[in-house]
Design a protein around this ligand. Structure first.
Ligand SMILES: CC(C)(COP(=O)(O)OP(=O)(O)OC[C@H]1O[C@@H](n2cnc3c(N)ncnc32)[C@H](O)[C@@H]1OP(=O)(O)O)[C@@H](O)C(=O)NCCC(=O)NCCS
Length: 140
């Protein structure tokens, strides 16, 4: 999948609730050896940073017209497999406390909440939303 397609999915998926990553930003991230793209056809992608024994999910997005059909769960399974292959033993991520779909996805993928960052995300209009941090044991 090209960085342009990733940027298009990211912009559509995060429209109105999150920082949009431009094509050039995504391309710059992918040029780093520690960052890996995990894709699901042309409908979804994730960016994963692996620094063994830890891995961090930097973003995950499914195209809005393909959401709610199990693609996010399938992509997360690929992310976890890729993290293991790269030497990751723990996978971390953070998510906005009002992102119900993502919270459901991570809970169903056996992530455990590890902390909370109060007011971490600034929404338009000055509203601040907490970040929830999650971790998952990849050796289980
Ligand atoms: C989060 C996201 C990747 C999930 O992908 P998806 O393909 O829609 O999710 P799935 O169909 O695989 O469903 C995964 C779980 O989430 C639940 N879910 C999906 N959409 C939901 C919604 N709108 N509200 C509540 N739960 C939802 C499903 O019921 C399922 O739970 P289950 O495993 O207990 O049955 C997708 O919604 C997305 O791209 N959102 C915008 C970007 C984003 O927020 N990324 C995460 C940032 S941390």
């Amino acid at each position: 999948m090209t960085p342009a397609r990733m940027a298009a999915i990211h912009a559509a998926a995060f429209a109105g609730h999150g920082q949009i990553w431009a094509e050039a930003e995504i391309a710059a991230m992918l040029a780093k050896p520690l960052i890996h793209a995990v894709t699901l056809g042309q409908e979804g992608f994730a960016l994963l940073q692996i620094i063994p024994p830890e891995a961090e999910l930097l973003t995950i997005a499914i195209s809005p017209d393909a959401q709610g059909k199990g693609h996010g769960r399938a992509l997360m399974a690929s992310v976890m497999a890729q993290a293991r292959i790269g030497g990751g033993r723990r996978l971390f991520l953070e998510v906005a406390a009002d992102n119900q779909a993502a919270l459901a996805l991570y809970t169903s993928a056996q992530f455990i909440q590890t902390g909370k960052r109060r007011g971490y995300y600034q929404r338009t209009g000055g509203v601040a939303v907490d970040a929830i941090t999650f971790g998952c044991d990849l050796s289980a």
